[in-house]
Every structure is written in structure tokens, then in C-alpha cells.
Design a protein around this ligand. Structure first.
Ligand SMILES: *[C@@H]1O[C@H](CO)[C@@H](O)[C@H](O)[C@H]1NC(C)=O
Ligand SMILES: *[C@@H]1O[C@H](CO)[C@@H](O)[C@H](O)[C@H]1NC(C)=O
Ligand SMILES: *[C@@H]1O[C@H](CO)[C@@H](O)[C@H](O)[C@H]1NC(C)=O
Length: 430
């Protein structure tokens, strides 16, 4: 072997070893730098915002950063430790400058809670809106008020989200990747069938053309009893009722008008004669089976199987297809994961991560009404003998720890809305 060859023979392995050593160091750095993102992108079903829909700026932050021991990833606002991170920056700064906040207040103190709500719920409206509303006559409906108030305490809020599904539902990016109840995945065919039959996808010409809509969501709480709020409730343009809550016999306290009745199979009115005229039957799905049930109701088919429901369900919905709507499931998703902060559970229904229908209805109203009120919400646990519902004698003490809901966390969210005056609570139960 020539000396030059010898040299090469020694040099080559050294170069290779050197390269391996160097690249393993780089790799080490790379892995450490990348680790959090890789971890989180594998837990989120999706986090990109496709076209059509408003942006939400979800960011995942680890609880492990600094102050907690929990290993669980949590869905948080685009905010970490009082500091704005990533894509949320621009919009947050915009909002701040609009509100003339004292910058020294934000120093070294979290400005936002884990859900992305401002810690200070007295946030002001932008000056142009204050001016606009100040010039309306007393008691006039304020266009965009609820959404503006919401945005002031929750800068990520983006108003556009249609109340009901229409023929373009496949383009709703945020719901197409989740299974029911948080989305529509696997249900395209059946929803197409239903919407082909119902044909109408709005509130109707009179309400759709209003330039300012006032909505009230009437909860079923016993707190409505004996307050004679019926006539005040009937003044709202849109009166939303839930499940089988009756009107007849209770009109003095709960009013007589029903614009929408939102329900799921187990909650729907079972006696056909109890369905009121002139209201829309709004369906909210909690499991894939619910869509099958709805198709049978719309096409007036005989209900064959009832196993899979957790209690008896209506066998008939005496409404024309044109009086039936499907609630946009985005409101369930947004209420659960963004507003309340229930466990994501990989986007699947799980222990304690389903918002109650009342909170889902309020979420819908924030996106679709100019002013939002509620009545009949909240349980007073200090009064165990008070009635749970306004139409039953079941006592408050009968309320059980729910597997699906997290009433206390939900109440925290609703309290923020009331405190910040995003919504008005006529019965002061929240
Ligand atoms: C109402 O508008 C007028 C100008 O048209 C303005 O001078 C006045 O300050 C406004 N009022 C309020 C309360 O903003
Ligand atoms: C409402 O008033 C009726 C009659 O006065 C009374 O019997 C009932 O207990 C009251 N209900 C509540 C919840 O206070
Ligand atoms: C509700 O949430 C709280 C706080 O996250 C948690 O400690 C509690 O176990 C939850 N309850 C249910 C029923 O999931």
C-alpha cells in the first residue's frame, strides 16, 4: 500500500466518526428544540385554519412550563404567563390599543386566564362603538353589542358562525375533523339527505332581515318560578327554549313565544300534541345515532331501534321538514374546549367534556344575536328544597354529579359573561 493510500485509509474513518459526533450533537439540539411542538401536534386533531371559517388562533401550551407538575397538555389561549405568543399577537395588541389600557397594569402579571379571557372583566368597548351606542335612543337594540363585549374580554372571539347547517356544511373546516358532538365527521351522507328534505336553513325572512336582533335563552331552572317574567321574555325577537320545557300553563313566568326549541332525541317532547306551532325544531346531535334518528323523524319513518339512547326518545316529531334545522356543532366544540376549558380527550366525547345545552345555546346566540339575555339559569345549591325545574316538583337535592357535564366549570364561564355584561341574566341565578 502506498503511503498516500494509507493516509486516506486512516483519514476516512476519522472523518466519518467526526461527522457522526458532530451531527449527533446537532441532532440533540434539534430534538430538544422541537420536542414540544412534535408532542402537541400529535395530540391535536387539527390546528390549522382552513379557508372560509374565521381564525381561532388556538395554541397549545404545556402545563409543565414552570409552575405546575401536571403532565397533561391543556388547550389554552394564544397566551402564556401573561405574555402574548405567536399568531395572536397582532389582534391582541390591536385590541389593547383600542381600549387604552394602562400598560403598567400588564407588567409581570397574567393578563389572561387559561381560557384566554381577560383577568379584568371591566374591559371597555372600542371608542367608536361607545360613540355609536351613546347616540342610540334609550333602550334601542345595539347592533353588534354582545360580540363587541365578548371580544373585549376574549380577543380571540370571531363572530361569523352560522346558526344552522346549510348545504355548504362540508366547507365548515372546524367541524369537519371532529366526530359528533364536536363535529360532523362520518355524517356527511346522512346530513345531505336531511338538508335536501328540509330545504330551509335560516330563521325565516322576518328575523333574518332584522338589522338588530335581541335573543333570550330560557333555561329550565326553578328560579323562573313566580317572577312573572313572561311578558318581558316575549319582547325578545328570538326566544330560545330547550328540550321539553313547557310553555302552556307557565306563560306568566316563562312567556308564550318560542322561536326555536333546541333539543336532542332524549330531550325532545314526546307527546305530539305538546309541540307548539310557529317554532323551529332545532336539532343538536350528541352522538352519531342521533343523526339517524333525525333522518327518521324528517322522513316520517317508523323508528325501528331505540337501543343506544340513554332514555326513551320521541317516536314522532310533528313538524314539517321545512320547520326543522340542524344546529351548527361548532358551538358545542367552542363552548367545551375554548370557553369552558373542558378536557379535549383527543376530540372525543369523554368524562365531563360535554357542555350543557343551555351553554351551547348561549354560545350560538353570541355569534348570531346583537344582544343576548338569559333567564332560568343557575342552581342555588344552598336551597336543596327549591325546585330544580320550573315545571316539575323534582328538588334541587336530586341533582347528581353528572358524568358528562362539569357544572362548576361551566358556571365559571357563564359568570364571566354576566360580570362583563356580555349577557344579561334576568333571573340573577348565574
Ligand atoms: C352623538 O352624535 C353627535 C354628532 O352627531 C355628537 O356630537 C355627540 O357627542 C354624540 N353623542 C354621544 C353620546 O356619543
Ligand atoms: C310559587 O307560588 C305558588 C303560589 O303562591 C307556591 O305554591 C309555590 O310554592 C311558589 N313556588 C316557588 C318556587 O316559590
Ligand atoms: C370539573 O373540572 C374540575 C376542574 O378542572 C375537576 O377538578 C373536576 O373533576 C371536573 N368534574 C367533572 C365531573 O369532570
Amino acid at each position: 500500500m502506498k503511503p498516500a493510500h494509507k493516509l486516506l485509509f486512516v483519514l476516512c474513518p476519522m472523518l466519518v466518526l467526526g461527522f457522526i459526533y458532530y451531527s449527533s450533537w446537532k441532532l440533540h439540539l434539534h430534538v430538544w428544540g422541537q420536542k414540544p411542538q412534535e408532542y402537541f401536534s400529535s395530540v391535536v386533531p387539527y390546528n390549522s385554519n382552513k379557508a372560509v371559517e374565521p381564525t381561532v388562533n388556538i395554541m397549545l401550551t404545556s402545563h409543565t412550563t414552570k409552575h405546575t407538575v401536571s403532565q397533561e397538555p391543556v388547550l389554552e389561549g394564544a397566551v402564556s404567563g401573561g405574555r402574548v405568543v405567536g399568531s395572536g399577537t397582532a389582534s391582541l395588541q390591536r385590541v389593547h390599543s383600542g381600549q387604552h389600557e394602562n400598560p403598567s397594569n400588564n407588567f409581570r402579571r397574567p393578563v389572561f386566564d387559561k381560557q384566554g379571557f381577560t383577568a379584568n372583566l371591566d374591559a371597555k368597548l372600542p371608542p367608536d362603538l361607545v360613540y355609536k351606542y351613546g347616540n342610540l335612543s334609550d333602550g334601542a337594540c345595539k347592533p353588534g353589542y354582545a360580540a363587541a363585549k365578548m371580544t373585549a374580554i376574549y380577543p380571540k372571539f370571531s363572530k361569523p358562525a352560522s346558526m344552522f347547517l346549510d348545504r355548504n356544511f362540508k366547507r365548515l373546516a372546524k367541524v369537519s375533523n371532529y366526530l359528533p358532538p364536536f363535529g360532523l365527521k362520518t355524517q356527511d351522507r346522512i346530513i345531505d339527505d336531511i338538508l335536501t328534505a328540509t330545504k330551509v336553513y335560516g330563521l325565516g325572512p322576518n328575523l333574518d332581515s332584522l338589522s338588530c336582533k335581541r335573543c333570550i335563552v330560557v333555561g329550565n331552572g326553578g328560579i323562573l318560578s313566580n317572577k312573572s317574567l313572561g311578558s318581558r321574555i316575549d319582547e325578545y325577537d328570538v326566544v330560545v327554549r330547550l328540550n321539553e320545557a313547557p310553555v302552556s300553563g307557565y306563560t306568566r313566568d316563562v312567556g308564550s313565544k318560542t322561536t326555536l326549541r333546541i333539543t336532542y332525541p332524549e330531550g325532545a317532547i314526546q307527546k305530539p300534541e305538546r309541540y307548539e306551532k310557529d317554532s323551529l325544531f332545532v336539532f343538536s346531535a350528541f352522538k352519531p345515532l342521533d343523526f339517524k334518528w333525525l333522518r327518521q323523524m324528517v322522513f316520517k319513518e317508523k323508528l325501528q331501534k331505540t337501543d343506544g339512547f340513554w332514555k326513551s326518545v320521541a317516536h314522532k316529531v310533528p313538524r314539517e321538514p321545512s320547520e326543522i334545522r340542524i344546529l351548527n356543532p361548532y358551538f358545542i366544540q367552542e363552548a367545551a374546549f375554548q370557553f369552558i376549558g373542558l378536557p379535549l380527550n383527543n376530540g372525543l366525547m369523554g368524562k365531563g367534556n360535554i357542555p350543557t345545552l343551555g351553554t351551547v345555546a348561549i354560545t350560538m346566540a353570541l355569534h348570531n344575536c346583537d344582544e343576548v339575555a338569559v333567564a332560568g339559569f343557575g342552581y342555588d345549591m344552598n336551597k336543596p328544597h327549591a325546585p330544580l325545574h320550573y315545571y316539575e316538583t323534582v328538588k334541587m337535592s336530586a341533582i347528581k354529579e353528572s358524568w358528562t357535564h362539569n357544572i362548576s366549570k361551566e358556571k365559571e364561564f357563564l359568570r364571566k359573561l354576566v360580570k362583563a355584561k356580555v349577557i344579561t341574566d334576568l333571573t340573577n341565578g348565574i
